[in-house]
Write a protein that binds this ligand. Structure first.
Ligand code: SAH
Length: 357
């Protein structure tokens, strides 16, 4: 009996992941199966624009073809396990199960300029940043392009509202899953799919220099966000192990190269941790450091996690920190906390779910 179930699962996993194929690749596959090229745009449109979750739904295909597709391909779809809705601002946090039982989380936020979805690029993370909940249990696995996409698709279907912005700022390090990330960006912005503008897609990295330089050359005008969190290597190394591999001057040079290649200003994220990186001296050093960079800085009051002792800076220090940066001519915003009542920090919903199992 057990063996039977295992076999069935294996068989499904052997099928090709149809939602990770580009339109051109799908056309090649379907032509190879003897179908005319227009079938590929039909199927692609159903999967990526009408967000079909099964071949059954693709009613304008002949029955025999649906059966044939069913045998050759699987449609990766996530299952919502839990949805938390903020009573304050309508922010929605989703816990999704993947087909192998792995769970991940995503967030939907409503802004004046449109709806934004924050997706995970990996289940867990191996970067080890000290204040982050996603990394506490390490990396479980990287996500497929289809699994990144389906976070956006499921959320658009569930809310019934168009998603206009996507930020890859959930669990995981996007450049630790580079190929799947780039494929995801191309699929998400495809004209025949949700057609989300590449300018409205943000990739946030802890500072993997080769990833930044490689993305700069892809011809994708997406926004890069760098998790900076410190004005010098000494403090940065205390918070982020990756800082030992890539020094700040290298990382900032890569960000300048990103701007030169793409014309896109980089966003610098700086989580303020009381007594660690929030002094006026730190602010002045940060101001000097960012003078040469084209971009703006986003201050984030650190979201405390129970496994660590880091505390949030108080409002007066945050404001004073901001003033120093502004005096240095730097464009600064303080990130508004969304969904305060359902707030766990990044990866906490997933972590608390795993702890109860
Ligand atoms: N690995 C990528 C993307 C995921 S984290 C990166 O490092 O950028 C997204 C952002 O949230 C990063 O800036 C990260 O440093 C920050 N972050 C993670 N946990 C946090 C916490 N508890 N409080 C504040 N910011 C946090």
């Amino acid at each position: 009996m057990q063996r039977g179930i295992g076999d069935a699962k294996e068989k499904i996993m052997e099928k090709q992941d149809i939602k990770s194929f580009t339109m051109e690749e799908l056309a090649e596959k379907l032509c190879g199966m003897g179908h005319p090229a227009y079938r590929a745009s039909q199927v692609y449109g159903w999967l990526h624009s009408r967000l079909a979750g099964s071949f059954e739904e693709i009613t304008n295909l002949p029955k025999a073809m649906r059966k044939e597709l069913e045998e050759a391909f699987r449609i990766v779809s996530l299952t919502p396990v839990e949805i938390k809705v903020s009573k304050i601002d309508g922010t929605r946090k989703y816990l999704f199960a993947l087909s192998d039982g792995t769970v991940i989380e995503s967030v939907w936020m409503k802004y004046r300029h449109g709806n934004s979805v924050c997706i995970s690029s990996q289940a867990g993370c191996r970067m080890g940043c000290k204040f982050c909940a996603s990394t506490l249990d390490g990396l479980e696995r990287s996500l497929l392009p289809s699994e990144m996409l389906d976070q956006v698709y499921q959320i658009q279907k569930e809310t019934g509202e168009r998603v206009s912005n996507v930020v890859v700022m959930g669990s995981g390090e996007p450049f630790d899953n580079y190929e799947n990330l780039v494929r995801f960006i191309r699929l998400l912005s495809s004209r025949e799919g949700l057609n989300i503008s590449q300018r409205n897609i943000t990739i946030s990295t802890c500072g993997i220099v080769p990833g930044i330089l490689r993305l700069a050359k892809e011809g994708l005008p997406v926004t890069l966000a760098l998790s900076l969190h410190a004005p010098n290597d000494g403090i940065r190394e205390k918070l982020m192990p990756i800082a030992k591999t890539y020094k700040l001057d290298q990382v900032l040079e890569a960000c300048r190269a990103y701007f030169r290649e793409t014309g896109r200003r980089v966003t610098y994220e700086y989580s303020l941790v009381k007594g660690v990186n929030d002094s006026l001296k730190d602010a002045r050093a940060l101001g000097a450091l960012l003078k040469k960079q084209q971009g703006h800085i986003n201050l984030i009051p650190v979201n405390p996690i129970k496994e660590r002792t880091f505390r949030q800076s108080d409002q007066t220090s945050i404001q004073a920190f901001k003033n120093v940066l502004e005096k240095n001519g730097i464009n600064v915003t303080i990130r508004r906390e969304m969904g305060r009542d359902i707030n766990g920090a990044c990866g906490q919903l997933r972590k608390s779910f795993l702890e109860t199992r």
